[in-house]
Write a protein that binds this ligand. Structure first.
Ligand code: DGJ
Length: 353
């Protein structure tokens, strides 16, 4: 009965469409409020990023659950709103000991390497005084891990004369090797890049990764495999994305845990030159990025030109209680964008901006 079968499968397809739309329909994202996981516990995934793999979203972030020796958590979702805690993606005990103390992790991000079939995590590995400033790299065969820690490195040792007053090659190398706030970006051609605040946060670096994504491409050649960008602009919290062949990078100023004004930069070539523009945020408390700091930009599901700005509203007195500010934005026809504040939103809001 081919007719019946077709009719039935059409009905099923329509029903699933209605279900997907219904899941998006209710006004559900409430930026800055406590966000509970599917077990009713506050989500612990700060300074995080999202990986889409096999139609499932994975949210990785700093796990600041009191008493749990977890460095990085992993949550999963199919609608970006309801997150199931998958568990600890990386344990603190896997981190190196620096000056007799266990290092800690900030701003972990995960990408998938289709050739090695590994999930690869990069992170900022740090200790108390923030002068360890190194990249940590870990891998896993499964998205939730636990990840195996591979190494801590400084991807590029810059010996260029970038700070004339400090024309000491050793100091040049030290500052030029620093690795703090970071993010990963996989380009359309499958090549991956790490963005990170270097030179004591004065200049952002972008470095192409090797084929396994487990280190920088070598030999490192300035402006060919890596580049200094946003030179002396003193920015951190890089959140890259791409739209119509152009690269965008949202960053914050460097004021510790305190919020400040975001800005964004664009480039036609990921290694530069980059040009910086003003703060894209608009509305309540836009001058302080809504009291938050960029961490990631996620392409909105099924909405070309639609993105979700992910930011952290840090609570320095109680870091586990830091909140998430996720806001939708849509690219303008002239490739500019703004990020308006919203008390609540759902995915259908992309169409109405
Ligand atoms: C700002 C960075 O963006 C955060 O990730 C964190 O390192 C704080 N500084 C620490 O003060």
């Amino acid at each position: 009965m081919p007719f019946r079968k077709n009719w039935f499968s059409t009905l099923l397809a329509l029903l699933s469409l209605v279900t997907v739309e219904a899941a998006w329909a209710a006004p559900e994202f409430h930026p800055g409020t406590v966000w509970l996981d599917t077990d009713g516990k506050p989500i612990q995934a700060h300074g995080g990023g999202v990986l889409l793999h096999d139609n499932v979203y994975y949210w990785y972030g700093e796990d600041r659950t009191p008493g749990l020796r977890s460095a990085v958590s992993c949550y999963s979702s199919t609608n970006l709103l309801d997150w199931k805690r998958e568990g600890v993606a990386l344990w603190q005990t896997n981190l190196p000991v620096v000056n007799q103390r266990r290092a800690f992790v900030e701003r972990p991000k995960v990408i998938y390497n289709p050739r090695t079939k590994k999930f690869v995590m990069w992170m900022h590995v740090e200790q108390g005084r923030y002068d360890f400033a190194r990249a940590g790299i870990a891998v896993s065969d499964t998205p939730a891990g636990p990840f195996t820690f591979l190494q801590v490195i400084r991807p590029v040792a810059n010996t260029n004369d970038f700070a004339a007053a400090d024309s000491d090659p050793a100091l040049q190398r030290e500052l030029g090797g620093m690795f703090r706030d970071m993010n990963l970006f996989v380009d359309d051609d499958g090549r991956a890049y790490v963005f990170y605040a270097s030179e004591d946060n004065w200049t952002m670096y972008v470095a192409r990764l090797n084929g396994d994504f487990t280190g920088p491409e070598t030999p490192a050649v300035e402006n060919r495999t890596w580049a200094r960008i946003l030179v002396k602009e003193h920015r951190e919290a890089p959140a890259p994305f791409k739209w119509r062949g152009r690269y965008y990078l949202i960053t914050s100023a460097c004021t510790g845990w305190a919020p400040n004004a975001a800005s964004y930069s664009t480039a036609d070539n990921i290694l530069g030159p980059w040009k910086t523009f003003g703060n894209p945020c608009t509305g309540t408390n836009a001058a302080a990025t809504f009291g938050a700091q960029s961490t990631f930009v996620l392409p909105a599901p099924g909405r070309p030109g639609g993105f979700i700005f992910m930011a952290d509203r840090w609570n320095p007195w109680n870091l586990p209680d830091s909140r998430y500010v996720w806001l939708p934005f849509t690219m303008n026809p002239d490739n500019t964008f703004t990020i308006p504040w919203r008390d609540a939103w759902n995915v259908s809001d992309f169409a109405t901006q």
